[in-house]
Design a protein around this ligand. Structure first.
Ligand SMILES: [Zn+2]
Length: 88
């Protein structure tokens, strides 16, 4: 069973390594007070004023409003869905 154990250990090492990488990546992406200079979505320049106004901003105005719209649409859809199920 010794070989079985060592194989499990190797897999666990790989999992640990990838989790560590993910944490490092997440940490490097955390807002550092200042936001991104370029939009994460469309790579447009994010104006200094916007970056100062919103700490850790990642999207330009256009992409942010599109994102917000999607969130709102999604919520509205959910509400409509639950109303339908109540009527039935
Ligand atoms: Zn954008």
């Amino acid at each position: 069973m010794a070989s079985g154990w060592s194989r499990d250990g190797a897999v666990q090492d790989q999992i640990d390594a990838s989790v560590e990488d993910a944490i490092k990546l997440a940490r490097s992406r955390l807002p550092n007070g200042e936001g991104l200079t370029h939009c994460e979505e469309c790579e447009n320049v994010i104006p200094d004023a916007r970056r100062k106004a919103i700490s850790g901003v990642r999207l330009c105005v256009r992409c942010q409003s599109e994102y917000d719209e999607k969130q709102t649409t999604f919520t509205g859809f959910n509400r409509r869905g639950s109303k339908d199920s109540q009527l039935r």
